[in-house]
Design a protein. Sequence first.
Length: 94
Amino acid sequence: MLFRSLRDRTGTIFKRAFRRSEINDMEYFKAVIFYVHQNPVEGGIVSSMKKWEYSSYKILLSNSPTYIAREETLDLFGGLKNFNAYHSYKSGLN
């Protein structure tokens, strides 16, 4: 801490690590879900959402056991087909 303050550095010690926004709209919630899935692609870590092993995206597409509310999440998009279509459209793959 002293090192950072002496060198006029900032970081999570002095600032919040992220911004918080209340989600009070289903369209915004869907956009946030897409953002979380697309973030590793935007960050240049992987070339496709399907390639990020830590993503809920692959779990939502599978039938593997999970603690994620899969059916509820897919229902927000109108089902699996619409979930895929939304992600494809937003990522420019359509």
